[in-house]
Structure formats: C-alpha cells, structure tokens
Design a protein around this ligand. Structure first.
Ligand code: WTA
Length: 654
C-alpha cells in the first residue's frame, strides 16, 4: 500500500452498527457480550479452548488442553477424534441426515445435490477405495481436482483413514505439481480428466502424467481419475484407475477410528520469502476446533443457512470454509466449479438467487471485478436471501467495501472482513457480525481467544495508528505445527523475527479503538488477486529460461488485482530484449508455476541496480515499477543512466 492509501484509510470515519434484527438472533449479540467472551478467553485460555473443543465429538478425551514449549504447540494432548465423523457421521442421527450437505453447480450448469447421508456413503466408499490401493494412516495423498464434489469427498476420505492430504490448486502447472509431489512424497494422486474453466477444458490428467515423468518424482504408486470433461486422456494400466470403477467395487460401510489429536490432517503449500514453497502442516484436533469455532462465530451459522465460500479447495480458505468448518457445523454448502463471468458477468448473482444463498464469502479482487462490470448485473437478480457477507485474502479498500455492502448486501447485511493465513488455519481477526461495529477497510479486532497485536521490531506494542508488525502472542489451536520436512525454517520464519511471538509477515496498525488495519506483507511475498506468491519463486522461474541472465520481481499496486507482478530482466548476451522475448518469458513462467504467476509487465535492463554488497535494490525497483516512470513499454531497455542515478539516491537507506 502507498502512503496516500494508508492515510486515506486512517481518515475513514464511517461506522456501521450491526443491524438490530441480525444482532437479536446472533450467537454473540452485543459489544458487551463480545467483551465478556474475550475477557474470559484472556483470563483462562485453556478453559476457553476446552469449551470450544467440547462442541466436537471426541472418541477419547484429552488430558491437557495445550502443551506449549515455544515455538512448539500440542493441543488437546492425548485426545482422539475423527474429522470425517465430526463432519458427517454425527449429523446422521436426526433430521440433518437428509439435509443437503453439498449443493454443486458445474460451470456448464450441471447440478448435483448430496445430502449428509449421501455424502457419508460416498466418503466411506472412497475411504475403502483408498485402503484397497494400500493407503495407510500417515501416507500422504495429493489431490489435484477441479471444484467438484469429489474434491470434498476425497479430502474427507483421507481424513477418515488418517492419510494426510495435500491439495494442489488445479491452476498450478505440471512443474509446480511435481515440486509438491516430491516434497510431500505422496503415494497417490487424485485428479480428473479435466475441469471446466471459461468454457475450456483444463487438462489436469495430462499435467499429472507430465509431472510423474519428471526427475525424482518417484513416490506415486497410484493415480485416481474422476471423469468430468470426457476429454481424451491416457491411462497407464496398474497405476491409473477411474474413480467410478474403484468406488463401484468398494463397500459403503467404513468403521472410523479416532486419530490422535496431533495426527497430521493435511499439508498445504504456500509461498514464503524463498523460491521454494513450504508445506504448512496442520493437525487433527486443533485445526478442526479452530475451523468449527470460527465458522460458528464469524458466520453466525444457523439452521437453514446456505453457505457459499467461493474459494477453490486448492487454497486454505477452501479447506476451512468450504469443507471442514461448515460441514463440522452441519451447514449446507454451495460449491461452484467455474469462472464468475461464465457465461455472463451475473453468474454469481444468478446462483445466489437460484440457490437462496444466505452467506457469501469471497475475495476483494472478485468484488472489484464485479464493481467494474457494473451494477446492472447484480440488479437483475433477487439477492434478498443474503444475510451476511464476508471478505478474505487481501486488504479490502473502503470503496469496494461500500459497494459490497450497498449493491450486494442491500445495506442490510453486515460485512465480516476476515484476516488470517494458511498458517493460522482459521480466521483470527474479524468482526462478530451481531456484535461488532464495522469500519470499511478494517478487519476490526481479534476473535476471543486470539492474542493478536501490532508491535515494533523489538516486540514492544505500537501506539495508536503507529505502523508495525502483526504478531500473535499466544498459541491457538489451529496454528501450523511445522513446515513439512523443515522444522528449522518454521522456527526461523515465524518465531525468530519478534521475540516470543508468532510473526505473520504482515504490517498493520491499530487505531484508537483497537481496530486493526492490515497494510499488506512486509516480506517478499506478493498478493496477486488474493493469491500468495513469492517474488523469488517467480524469479527462479525466470532465470531457469536460457535467455535470462538475471531477474528481479516486484509487486506494484493494481486497481483490480491488488498487486501486479513486474519483472525486471537482464537478457543474456545475444538475446534481444523486446516484445517477443517478453511473451516467451511470460509463457515460461506460466509453465513453470501456473498462469496466476505470469508477470503483468516485463521490463528489460542492461544491469539491475545493486547495493555495494551486491543485493538487488528491490525497493528502488518497486518505486520504478509503480512510479511515474512507468512506460509499460517492453521494446527498449531501461535507461541505465536513470537507474544508476536512482541507485545512488537509494544507496544510503537500502
Ligand atoms: C493477506 C488466505 C488483509 C495477508 C486466508 C496474509 C489479508 C495473507 C486478509 C495470507 C484480510 C488475508 N485483510 N490482508 N482480510 N486476509 N490477507 O495464506 O497478507 O493465502 O498474510 O491465506 O493474505 O494468505 P493465505
């Protein structure tokens, strides 16, 4: 965020109180109730979290709520539970058995509805199918699927048998998938022939085949293929199996056992400051307590809700608020496969009206796109079923917040702007919709039980409106436990920057009311359309191209995407800078990582500006990328004299 944007946020004085009728029925009904709850959690965190954990079904009780040996936490020590039983079996006793668990709509318009009873049967079948492939508790299973019900079924089946899953977003390339398979040592990959995106088939199985042919990808023994798009694919006998065939042969009965509270539930790869994505590891008990508690509190779930979180299951939001949180709470979820503007810009609003969605949870980047497409699209549809709106993934600018409230929420629905991360597992800072007055652009305050704060580098608290680092002072149940295979990196990344605290990597301020204003990342992570990427990851992709000598990647503010990727590239001698090379490099990055990482702009330079110790001056490049000098012209080299002059003026403070 630029300084002007920050100061305009600080001048934001609009406040919106929870609407009376909403508050009257909410789980937490007033500011006083919120304060009492937060005070109770503060006074005795263990008792508070034990109370939240008791909302789940445990097959064996815990002996200790939290074992905190900084920076290592264990939660509900000695307890056992099964995540799939909590999400399915325990809802089968009464009326909920025949309530819809998943309402699914594919991009072409095909529809499937699975009740809790049906979903339970499918999960049991697929759990048995995985067992028949030799998968055992502790074996990693990779999931590379479009947003179809099988994605949720696969996740829950893995959880049921204690095989941790690692979901890889379907938009990632074969190379990115290969990296994740190598790191997780997955034994099985679950994929589809393809998925639908803007009317095109995304050929997932073909990417799996390519990934499995890459060096050192040697752990995968079986590939399970969901038939979705019926495109031509190749099947290797013995290794590849169709989902349908496996489940046809599998029993719908599966006796689940409880898994240790600290048994790994999943790893999910996310970008950090280095080129290599890290496998964030979450465990069974604490994660589910966090997901269930926050779903109930933040979305104020009640019977009859139709909950639509538009995130893909490839991201943590899809884990916690498409699958685990809502299903553990017995909600009905809506799942949509495709693009928001297919076939037209009102696809979402048409779906809200058709399915009677009551809670919509989406990302600022989508909201800004809807704004740009025009008010006439939502105006065509009856959005009166909506009662609550949520935002996640990046800071939401007040203008988008106001538009969301007015045009989508009809000035009637509270907005919850939720701050959290892959690492935190569940929402950390957010309004409680029946209790918290909101200010456009602020995620407001930490949830009861979450000890978030804004501090200086030395760990001392910042004063009102003083910018600092966002930290969490106490462990919380759904915190990550480690980076898979690299505990040292876990300690270094999260618990070494600020003494005694979890360091989130975000900058923030707290205003005089104690409201948090998240200012974005303070590290080399960029947020493009709510997708987290590291600049180094994109740089490594660029320098792996034979015509690139050196590359530096920075983010610059973008009205639609939040941030856009700008790459400064020094071509190797003999390679001509220009549009042709720029196009080649953009395609190369898409192939190495995925289309989401494709640079918006490539700028060529004879040499990149460096400090005397040889470090690339990123701050300078950021300034050049976002400043008035932007020409958006890739045909010529940067004016080296200008870069050098700028470098001199930066040399002192870089
Ligand atoms: C950013 C997504 C401002 C933040 C759940 C964080 C946000 C990163 C918000 C995590 C928000 C997420 N306001 N910034 N409400 N929510 N972020 O791991 O920079 O994909 O560190 O998790 O997104 O991204 P991740």
């Amino acid at each position: 965020m630029t300084t002007t944007e920050i100061s305009s946020l600080l001048q934001e004085h609009r406040r919106f109180d929870p609407p009376g009728p909403f508050a009257a029925r909410a789980h937490v009904k007033s500011e006083a109730e919120y304060r009492a709850m937060a005070a109770r959690a503060e006074a005795d965190p263990d008792a508070f979290w034990a109370e939240q954990a008791r909302a789940l079904a445990w097959s064996h009780p815990w002996t200790k709520v939290c074992d905190w040996d900084p920076p290592d936490a264990r939660w509900f020590v000695g307890g056992k539970l099964n995540v799939a039983v909590n999400c399915l079996d325990r809802h089968l006793g009464g009326a909920r058995a025949n309530q819809a668990a998943i309402l699914f709509e594919g991009e072409p318009g095909d529809v499937r509805v699975l009740t809790y009873r049906m979903l339970h049967r499918e999960v049991c079948r697929f759990a048995n199918a995985l067992l028949s492939l030799g998968v055992r508790a502790g074996d990693f299973v990779a999931i590379y699927l479009p947003m179809v019900p099988e994605a949720a079924i696969a996740m829950l089946a893995c959880a049921r048998i204690g095989a941790p899953h690692t979901v890889v977003f379907g938009g990632f390339s074969a190379e990115a998938l290969a990296d994740r398979l190598k790191d997780s040592r997955a034994r099985v990959v679950i994929t589809a022939d393809g998925g639908w995106r803007r009317g095109q088939v995304v050929p997932l199985k073909a990417s799996v085949d390519r990934a499995l042919g890459m060096p050192d990808v040697d752990s995968v023994q079986h590939v399970v293929v969901v038939r979705r798009t019926n495109n031509e694919i190749s099947m290797r006998p013995g290794r590849d199996h169709f989902w349908d065939d496996l489940v046809a042969a599998a029993s719908p009965v599966h006796e689940a056992r409880g898994h240790d509270s600290e048994h790994p539930l999943f790893s999910l790869y996310t970008s950090g400051t280095t080129g290599k994505p890290k496998g964030i590891l979450h465990t069974t008990g604490g994660y589910l307590v966090g997901a269930a508690y926050t779903t109930r509190m933040v979305f104020d779930l009640r019977d009859g809700d139709v909950f639509w979180c538009t995130a893909d299951i490839g991201w943590v939001t899809g884990h916690s608020y498409v699958v685990y949180g809502p299903l553990a709470s017995g909600a009905t979820i809506l799942m949509y496969e495709g693009a928001p503007n297919q076939p037209g810009p009102d696809r979402f609003w048409e779906m809200v009206a058709r399915w009677g969605v009551t809670i919509l949870y989406t990302a600022p980047t989508a909201i800004r796109a809807f704004m740009r497409w025009g008010d006439e699209w939502p105006a065509k549809h009856d959005l009166s079923s909506l009662r609550l709106l949520g935002s996640v993934g990046e800071p939401i600018n007040p203008e988008a917040w106001m538009w969301y409230r007015k045009v989508i929420g009809g000035d009637r629905c509270p907005i919850v702007d939720t701050w959290w991360q892959t690492e935190t597992g569940s929402i950390m800072i957010s309004p409680l919709p029946g209790a918290t007055s909101t200010k456009p652009g602020s995620a407001t305050r930490p949830l009861p039980g979450i000890a978030a704060d804004v501090v200086r580098k030395d760990g001392t608290p910042c004063g009102p409106d003083e910018g600092g680092f966002l930290v969490v002072r106490r462990p919380w149940p759904s915190m990550l436990r480690t980076i898979f295979g690299d505990h040292e990196r876990y300690v270094k990344t999260y618990f070494s920057e600020i003494a005694g605290c979890y360091f989130a990597g975000d900058g923030a301020r707290k205003d005089a009311d104690g409201y948090f204003w998240i200012m974005g990342r303070v590290d080399d992570v960029i947020n493009v359309s709510g997708h987290r990427l590291s600049t180094m990851e994109v740089e490594s992709a660029l320098v792996s191209h034979p015509k690139v000598a050196e590359a530096a990647v920075v983010g610059r503010p973008d009205d639609l995407k939040g941030q856009a990727i700008v790459a400064f590239v020094t071509p190797r001698s003999g390679a001509a800078a220009g549009d042709a090379l720029a196009a080649e490099l953009r395609a190369h990055v898409a192939e190495q990582i995925g289309a989401l990482a494709r640079p918006e702009e490539i700028r060529f330079a004879e040499a990149l500006p460096k400090t005397r110790s040889g470090k690339i001056m990123r701050r300078l490049l950021r300034e050049v990328a976002s400043g008035a000098q932007t020409r958006g012209d890739t045909t010529t080299l940067e004016d080296q004299a200008v870069l050098e002059k700028l470098a001199q003026s930066f040399a002192t403070d870089e």
